[in-house]
Design a protein around this ligand. Sequence first.
Ligand SMILES: NC(=O)C1=CN([C@@H]2O[C@H](COP(=O)(O)OP(=O)(O)OC[C@H]3O[C@@H](n4cnc5c(N)ncnc54)[C@H](OP(=O)(O)O)[C@@H]3O)[C@@H](O)[C@H]2O)C=CC1
Ligand SMILES: CC(=O)N[C@@H](CCC(=O)OP(=O)(O)O)C(=O)O
Length: 304
Amino acid sequence: MAHQPIIFIDGEAGTTGLGIRERLAALPVTLHSIDPARRKDPAARRDAMQAADLAVLCLPDDASREAVALAATLGDAAPRILDASTAFRTDPGWVYGFPELEAEQANAIATAPRVSNPGCYPTGAVGLLRPLVRAGVLPADYPVCINAVSGYSGGGRSMIEAHERDGGPAFELYGLALEHKHVPEIHKHAALTRRPVFVPSAGHFAQGMIVSIPLHLDDLAGHVTAEDLHAVLATHYAGQDHVRVLSPEPTLSAEALAGSDRMELRVHGSPRNRQALLSARLDNLGKGASGAALQNIRLMLGLD
Ligand SMILES: NC(=O)C1=CN([C@@H]2O[C@H](COP(=O)(O)OP(=O)(O)OC[C@H]3O[C@@H](n4cnc5c(N)ncnc54)[C@H](OP(=O)(O)O)[C@@H]3O)[C@@H](O)[C@H]2O)C=CC1
Ligand SMILES: CC(=O)N[C@@H](CCC(=O)OP(=O)(O)O)C(=O)O
């Protein structure tokens, strides 16, 4: 690419789009924006895609599908696409944008025409579970239950406005029909053969997330200890800048990584009771969204 790469963010004014735009300021790229009044005009969006090397979609799922269909009408002039929505995260034609997932994943992202940015909760759940399943210490058919809490910015502009206007609720469980849109993504990318139970919740704080997964160690392969689980994760993520495997803490605050693009993984445990708790802490808008998008943009444009 002779020129500075051109990026178009479809949904630039939304929560994820804004986060990406801020982070792009530090990169040698040109941002191609459209007149805000025409931001939902398919013709304007198609023209912007034609001008771009990379289109980053920060849209609701249906609008993302529409954007991908618009790009397809451009044939060879279509840009590469990074999609932040849920729409293509389990689509076999797309590369999953989790660079730390497997040794070859960063290379796959670097060359893929279409990359799906992982969801915030799946980033924690997949980040914890997959290396353990792949290493054979967590059976793929283990009855996994995932508890998670997110800051209210996870619900995008409408939820942010509701919390900032009405002040609450302080804490609520949701997705109680156990059909949350992230379950298929976690199921697939954690390499589980049994559908996990996923119980999300949201609190009255803007940014931050904890995903936690309790385990009965006697139901794992062999005489596995919490230290063994820690060692598998530490080996898998050795040398990674965005994912750190840390020692257990007595308490974890969900907001601690707000503003950071890193994720912290821990294995807590009671050796006496043969129980463990896996935890992932991240910023839902950082490694859970815009920070991960930046990792993928850098890889896709060869900026690393
Ligand atoms: N918030 C989070 O923690 C995370 C969100 N995501 C994903 O990112 C995507 C965007 O979410 P988020 O940024 O939170 O949502 P927001 O509601 O904050 O932003 C969505 C943006 O898309 C715009 N938009 C909606 N429909 C269209 C359309 N047809 N054409 C062009 N623009 C459109 C909206 O404009 P307007 O407001 O004017 O309607 C808004 O600017 C979602 O798919 C979400 O799943 C990913 C990871 C985490
Ligand atoms: C608190 C809250 O509402 N969170 C959102 C998850 C964030 C999201 O929709 O985006 P990603 O799928 O890209 O992570 C939800 O549960 O639908």
